[in-house]
Design a protein around this ligand. Structure first.
Ligand SMILES: NC(=O)N[C@@H](CC(=O)O)C(=O)O
Ligand SMILES: [Zn+2]
Ligand SMILES: [Zn+2]
Length: 444
């Protein structure tokens, strides 16, 4: 049993403040303002108690990342489920939702089960697969949604590609209702975006790069919302990047649609003005946009129009990212740096409260995708993060657990990291070192 004493607990489903917390048999046993040694001994019932002075540290419910690319099966040179899960716990994520755009794409129950099994085998973060929406991610025929759900899929997405055929999207929203799971949309008009390498604006003109207009996203967001209204379907909009989309989502929520949306940290922390031809780690889809867009995204995150933060962790091998800007693949890794960067640049300056941080990166994804977690209430699973706001770390290719290095923070020092992470009550990260599972399978 663990006894965390005098720690600043941030509970997005309740209140924040100094607490004593007990962890026992995989669950939060107690959460109180103060516990006496007698009470702790009684609760332990003879079990050894590991106590920890939480002074100066925060306790968060494990962060849950609703958008990660783990590349297994098929592209294990970029990442695999074990390396991605290791990167996750180093960054404070006790659960991650794995995108389905692997090779082959996760379009069958067998593949969904494979991803889950590999996640359990790694024994670090909990790994929840998404299935694709269409067979082979070809955008034509729907997958067997109920079958994939039985295999453990928590939603459906052809992320990486937009569903260009609106009738297929309509049918997907209609059929997914039978499963209760959301369709996760990569909303992008591929004709408008075609050939672009960054946001269409002054910065792109200056660099001589073909731009991707904001309308490439917002046109599809508008379509997706119309189809969600028409079908009564459940939709989650991935990686919202521009102000027009925020406005559309706000209106849709006012009308009561079953819509949720996410924003990625890189869209809150960088703009197209940060892009330079020699830094392909800032090449991402949708692209980094203008300062006005960035402001609208933060406003949206604070007023609830955007429900959650998600990394869109998108690993690529160095050789691919070393190509000229226009030819390099889109994607930024985020699992190991996102929390520290958001902490430093948004929480410390007071733009985002610790409680809202926990709401949007733990509670909201748990609720939307039906996962355990997101709370510090007694009885809930002990997926927890002890966060040290003073811990500094330089991000280097050696320090990263991810196989990839396509992060704009490479070589930089960040401050504010998890120093102890529990999944199901067991430490998976201790003093910044991973604790691999003894028997290979720790949790399911
Ligand atoms: N976001 C990216 O830039 N890349 C993602 C695809 C995606 O999220 O659409 C990838 O799979 O590499
Ligand atoms: Zn996408
Ligand atoms: Zn993605």
């Amino acid at each position: 049993m663990w006894w965390l004493k005098n720690i600043y607990a941030v509970d997005p489903s309740g209140s924040c403040g100094k607490r004593d917390i007990l962890i026992r048999e995989g669950k939060i046993e107690a959460n109180a303002e103060r516990l006496s040694p007698e009470e702790v001994a009684e609760r332990a019932g003879g079990e050894p108690v590991e106590s920890l002075n939480g002074e100066g540290k925060y306790l968060f419910p494990g962060f849950i990342d609703a958008h990660t690319h783990l590349r297994e099966p098929g592209q294990e040179a970029k990442e695999d489920i074990a390396s991605g899960a290791a990167a996750a716990v180093k960054g404070g994520f006790t659960s991650i939702i794995a995108m389905a755009n692997t090779e082959p794409p996760v379009d069958s129950r067998g593949l969904v089960e494979f991803v889950r099994t590999q996640g359990a085998r790694a024994g670090l973060a909990r790994v929840y697969p998404l299935g694709t929406v269409t067979k082979g991610m070809r955008g034509r025929e729907l997958v067997e949604m109920l079958d994939l759900k039985e295999g453990g899929a928590v939603g459906f997405s052809d992320d990486g590609h937009n569903l260009q055929n609106s009738e297929v999207m309509r049918l997907a929203l209609e059929y997914a209702k039978l499963t209760g799971l959301p369709i996760v949309s990569h909303s992008e008009d591929e004709n408008l975006a075609c050939g672009g390498a960054m946001h269409r604006g002054k910065a792109a003109a200056r660099l001589g790069l073909k731009g991707i207009p904001s309308s490439a996203e917002s046109i599809m967001v508008a379509r997706d919302l119309m189809l969600a209204a028409e079908t009564g379907g459940k939709i989650h909009l991935a990686h919202i990047s521009c102000r027009e989309s925020v406005r559309l989502i706000r209106e849709a929520k006012e009308r009561g649609l079953d819509v949720s949306a996410e924003v990625n940290p890189h869209h809150l922390l960088f703009t197209d003005r940060d892009v330079d031809l020699f830094n392909t780690s800032l090449k991402v889809n949708p692209p980094l946009r203008s300062e006005e867009d960035q402001e609208a995204l933060l406003t949206g995150l604070l007023d609830g129009t955007l429900d959650m933060l998600a990394t869109d962790h998108a690993p690529h091998v160095w050789e691919e990212k070393a190509r000229p800007f226009a030819e390099a693949p889109f994607g930024i890794i985020g699992l190991e740096t996102a929390l520290a960067a958001v902490w430093q640049r948004l929480v410390v300056p007071g733009k985002l409260s610790p409680k809202r941080l926990a709401e949007v990166w733990s509670l909201a994804p748990a609720r939307r995708f039906g996962l355990p977690g997101g709370t510090l209430r007694p009885g809930s699973p002990a997926d927890l993060v002890l966060f040290d706001p003073e811990w500094r770390e330089r991000i280097t290719s050696d320090s990263l657990a991810s196989k990839a290095q396509n992060t704009p923070f490479l070589g930089q020092e960040l401050q504010g990291f998890p120093t102890l992470v529990w999944v199901g009550g067991e430490p998976v990260l201790r003093g910044r070192q991973l604790c691999p599972a003894g028997d290979g399978v720790r949790h399911r």
